[in-house]
Ligand binder design. Sequence first.
Ligand SMILES: [Mg+2]
Length: 158
Amino acid sequence: MDFTTSDLQALLTDLADRMRAERDHLCALDGAIGDADHGIAMEQGMVAAAAAAREVTDGTLQDIFNAAAKGFLNAVGASSGPLYATAFMRAGKALGPEKSVPRDSLRQVIVAMAEGIAHRGKAEAGQKTMLDAWLPAAEAASAGADPAAIAAAATEGA
Ligand SMILES: [Mg+2]
């Protein structure tokens, strides 16, 4: 079954719920090296991204990702704002102006988001940034790994 615009809207809403659940954990991790606000930024950003995505009626997958990018960017002043906004815009470009795509195309989303974050952040693997999780995930996705293995690659990188 193909991945549709309503699937994407639901996925972004699930991610917002997940960020709410992980907020305190992310803040604690950030507190070890920074100002302990990363969980707040990620929750606010994903809630705004999901809300903006749900407002798109009769749009394409690219329209929804672009709306999510704008929502995230407007909600988050921290550096994660432009990083995720770029990632979402790259994801939209990867899927294109389509209303549905084969589920296997979601591999390209992971790769495109990783590349977008690397480009915007001018960073690479091994610099203790989120790319240490994103890049192994992108590599696994490109190599045809199943979703659990892609997630495991990200976890191991982190
Ligand atoms: Mg911080």
